[in-house]
Design a protein around this ligand. Structure first.
Ligand code: SAH
Length: 240
């Protein structure tokens, strides 16, 4: 049996609501899946959770759906941020996709001295996050924050949030220094952190320098490994 399609929409959902879907979703449902009136859907709004819905009219140019009962409320993501220096677009897309699957509250691109890929496409990144969330049953999307330079980020760092600085040159194993939420994981670009950045991070009051093991990892792998380790090791809280 075919899986019931799950789609994020921009409108706040409630029972009885009727809405027309935007062109990309219309194309997917009417032309790719060839769904007809009566077909079941699941709609998500990233605000209230997941809702049952049905197609009431399906044309190539317009698909209309009617919202039924709520299936689940919106989940609470762990209070973990991913701060990652942008890398090659396809690898950065993979990073945000995996972070969405693993569950983070916020993704913030950090511009460091050795960051080479400065032109970000937030719309594309968001599309990858939405697709990952739709496929993996998420009811919450991470917030995608505007990029910040590392010194600016550190200067406005919130007092209560631990900053896990993944350093390829060493540090305590994350298993021995895994802080509870609220926390953030910082991953450098392909070229790593500069000596000045490392010094600035080591001196920062919230930072903990951690190692992800003796092997050098690519930035996207390091992000996924650090998120998975934190998820497994951090003391649990609601949504953890
Ligand atoms: N300086 C590097 C590569 C940087 S890897 C070089 O020699 O080319 C990109 C980022 O992934 C690093 O800045 C770090 O945040 C993270 N990373 C990679 N391997 C790691 C490890 N073993 N421990 C901690 N962080 C690591």
């Amino acid at each position: 049996m075919r899986q019931i399609p799950r789609l994020f929409v921009d409108t706040q959902l409630h029972s009885g609501l009727q809405l027309s879907l935007p062109p990309a979703q219309t194309h997917y449902l009417a032309t790719v899946l060839r769904l007809v009136p009566g077909a079941e859907l699941r709609l998500l709004d990233n605000r209230t959770g997941e809702w049952a819905a049905r197609i009431v009219a399906a044309g190539r140019r317009q698909v209309e759906v009617s919202v039924g009962a709520q299936i689940r409320p919106r989940e609470t993501a762990p209070d973990l941020w991913l701060l990652a220096a942008p890398i090659r677009p396809e690898r950065f897309q993979l990073t945000v996709e995996k972070a969405t699957e693993l569950g983070v509250a916020l993704i913030l691109p950090v511009l460091t001295e050795r960051t080479q890929h400065l032109r970000l496409r937030p719309d594309k990144l968001l599309a990858h996050m939405v697709e990952a969330a739709e496929q993996c049953g998420r009811t919450a999307l991470p917030d995608l924050a505007p990029a910040l330079k590392l010194p600016a980020l550190l200067a406005q760092w919130p007092d209560d949030r631990a900053l896990i600085f993944a350093d390829e040159e060493g540090g305590l194993p994350l298993a021995e220094a895994c802080p509870p939420p609220p926390a953030a994981i910082l991953i450098g670009p392909e070229g790593g952190f500069s000596p000045a950045e490392r010094a600035m991070l080591v001196a920062h009051r919230a930072a903990r320098r951690v190692s992800l093991g003796p092997r050098l990892l690519r930035a996207d792998t390091a992000a996924v490994a650090a998120l998975a380790l934190w998820q497994a090791l951090a003391p649990r809280t609601a949504g953890g």
